[in-house]
Design a protein around this ligand. Structure first.
Ligand SMILES: [Cu+2]
Length: 148
């Protein structure tokens, strides 16, 4: 009788440990899923056309375009965050590629100009960013055409 009680107890213990472990896994999975859904989408390579803006003047005063070019140049050279404003009004923060900072630094020289940026797009907490892997100015002949 004692032996039977002991074996029942061990079986129950094994079940309890198993259920606890599964419960923990389930909770961790839920946390990962909800976090991912709330904050981030996986990066995808994009090619986006838009105007190089300084984020401070654009966000505070809607300042952009050629009339604001000299201010934007000054702001960007002083370290103001740089953004890309598309024709449909989407604003991307531009970030530096760890592998090659040259395209980002090149973009800083093109304040208020139309450019085409290629790189991974990131979205988190409602913010959009493109890491500048490549940038080029839009040629006059390309200006009226589609945007990526
Ligand atoms: Cu400015």
């Amino acid at each position: 009788m004692k032996r039977l009680t002991v074996s029942i107890a061990s079986v129950l213990l094994i079940f309890a440990v198993g259920a606890y472990a599964q419960g923990m896994q389930g909770m961790q999975g839920m946390q990962h899923n909800s976090k991912a859904q709330a904050n981030a989408e996986p990066a995808k390579e994009v090619t986006v056309q838009g105007e190089i803006v300084d984020m401070g003047c654009y966000l505070s005063s809607d300042a952009h375009g050629m009339g604001h070019q000299s201010c934007a140049e000054k702001c960007l050279s002083n370290g103001m965050p740089m953004g890309l404003l598309t024709k449909d009004g989407t604003l991307y923060l531009l970030t530096v590629s760890h592998g090659n900072a040259d395209p980002f630094n090149q973009a800083k020289q093109w304040a208020a100009e139309q450019v085409i940026v290629t790189g991974p797009e990131f979205r988190r907490n409602g913010m959009k960013a493109v890491e500048v892997d490549q940038v080029r100015q839009v040629n006059a002949t390309e200006k009226p055409t589609k945007q990526g």
